[in-house]
Write a protein that binds this ligand. Structure first.
Ligand code: MG
Length: 243
């Protein structure tokens, strides 16, 4: 059962179970559309993986890396389902990047690829919003990738067993499909990523690993409505506006 965070009509933040558009929490049932759905986790950090699909590396004119290309998004980047995201002011090109995100369930350090299952709480949808104006002229991508609300996540945490090995990942802008692939095309697998990342840093419960985007990234415009749908995981919806 998928786990969802929300603010109930009285204003309390709760965690519940989502099923068929209904949320069950502490013995009560809520209509999902009648509550404010929040980001499913409050990560201390988001570890993102760049160029982890060959066709996306290609469309960016870049080679596939020989080890995972890692960068960070800090907690200020988190946004939730249904949010209206204000894009950074004065930038020509801010792109969508649909990604599968791994939700960490247990503190992880020096984890062997064979043992990752016990550290994975589940999966959620992720949009790695990317300010290309600045990304293309900086090395550490702080302006390009870490700006406020640059990481919409949700809508819920799907349990690990809900994700098929060949799960489809699709992104639509105003109903038109822009990205469509499957996670079979990941260059570095989820176990390989967790082993590599935890060699260097400790992942805490609620931290996320954004596993990279398939081809089809593209610019967003004022008022665009975005949907990211991952098979077995759910659909994350949000809008964007220009400042
Ligand atoms: Mg990305």
């Amino acid at each position: 059962m998928a786990q969802i965070r929300f603010r109930d009509p009285a204003g309390s933040v709760r965690t519940g179970e989502l099923s068929d558009g209904e949320i069950t929490a502490a013995g009560r049932t809520y209509d999902r559309d009648a509550v404010d759905v929040l980001p499913p986790v409050e990560p201390t950090k988001i570890v993102c993986v760049g160029r982890n699909y060959a066709k996306h590396a290609d469309e960016r004119g870049a080679d596939v890396p020989d080890r995972p290309l890692l960068f960070l998004k800090p907690p200020n980047a988190v946004a939730g389902p249904g949010d209206e995201i204000v894009l950074p002011e004065g930038k020509e090109r801010v792109d969508h990047e649909a990604e599968l995100a791994v939700v960490i369930g247990k503190q992880a350090r020096n984890v062997d690829a064979a043992d990752v299952d016990e550290y994975i709480a589940g999966y959620t949808c992720f949009n790695d919003l990317s300010n290309r104006d600045d990304q293309d002229q900086e090395k550490n991508w702080v302006r390009g990738k870490a700006f406020d609300n640059s990481a919409p996540i949700g809508p819920a945490i799907a349990p690990p067993e809900a994700l098929p090995d060949d799960a489809s990942i699709e992104l639509r802008v105003n109903g038109e499909t822009k990205q469509s692939s499957t996670i079979e095309h990941l260059i570095f697998s989820i176990p390989e990523l967790i082993e590599e990342i935890t060699t260097y840093l400790t992942l805490e419960p609620g931290d996320l690993i954004a596993t990279g985007t398939p081809e089809g990234v593209g610019p967003l415009s004022d008022g665009d409505e975005i949907e990211i749908e991952i098979e077995g995981v759910g659909t994350l919806e949000h809008t964007v506006v220009r400042e």
